[in-house]
Design a protein around this ligand. Sequence first.
Ligand SMILES: [Ca+2]
Ligand SMILES: [Ca+2]
Length: 370
Amino acid sequence: MSRRTALTAVAALALGAGLAALPTQAQAATVVVSNSTDLSNAIRNATPGTVIQVRGGTYYPTATLQSTANGTSSSPITLTAYGSETVKIDGSSLPSGSWIFKLTADYWNVSRITFQNSPDSAVVCQSCTGTVWNNIKTINGGDSGFTLTGDGTVNNTVRNLDSYGHYDRATHGENADGIAVKYGSGSGNLITGARLYNNSDDGLDHWSFSSPVTVEHTWAFGNGKNRWSDSAFAGDGNGYKLGGDGETVAHVVNNSAAWDNTGNGFTENSNRGAIVINRTTAYANGNKGYYFATGAAKLGRNLAVSNTGGSVAKSSSVTSYMNNWDSGVSTPAFRSTDASTTYNARQSDGSLPVTTFLTTGSTTIGATMD
Ligand SMILES: [Ca+2]
Ligand SMILES: [Ca+2]
């Protein structure tokens, strides 16, 4: 059942015939939903300013929740949990190959919702402008957890995403990333505060995305391991895959970390652009800490320790300064190499949990892990 409270200018005129002052602007509708049908309808039928509040519980939609309804920059559409309640949208009842939630829309604010057990990708935002995602979880899906894709992907912010346990069985883990910003273009996209872990393929993937994306305060770990007893397992296991498909683009990664991935911590993946990697840490990855063997990346103040394939592969076009592999730069000691606290619950404001893991206290080199 849904409850819609709307005060339109027309209604105000009818009610307020005897009043001196009339509202000059329609009041936004708030819709509170507590079942999948109402949730689906509210999402589809939203208009600028609509606030959809989802009551606590686990929802099992039988078709992809989707919308092409646009908000505006001044009146976005909001989709969020009701009060402090816990909302999980579970894809177990969807047809095979389905996504849980697809937006082809602008100016949505989506927050505090878990999308789990999707048959395919969990959340896909296609050619979206001005969407803001706060404290979303995408868990245990059949392809990438969270995806921004398509041309016209502009000014979107993904803040404090947890995305883990994704695995594409039919393709033996080759494709399921924690977050994918791929196959598209558009400026102003930011990923901040994400934990991207234990996915079959990569933590983050910018395959065939032709505009710069900024990533900061993000952790990618434990990706690319065969956790599914797949005898033909094909996951790549890069922490941050920063290109592919011939694109030349200057993505940016600041103050982020990669550890315990089976591939490279950070890789250009054939992107020859001036990728900027600044104050990050790569620890105990299965290949290189930093793989930039063909392009023109700018690597500054990064810290690589105990990566199986070595700290760095860099072409002669790479700018490398103040990294711990550069001459004259010392390697500060880690306060802790016990990663257990990185799995803890987030702080009350949704930011990453407090940890000493991979911190050094350095003010000049490596990620600060917050
Ligand atoms: Ca792959
Ligand atoms: Ca990938």
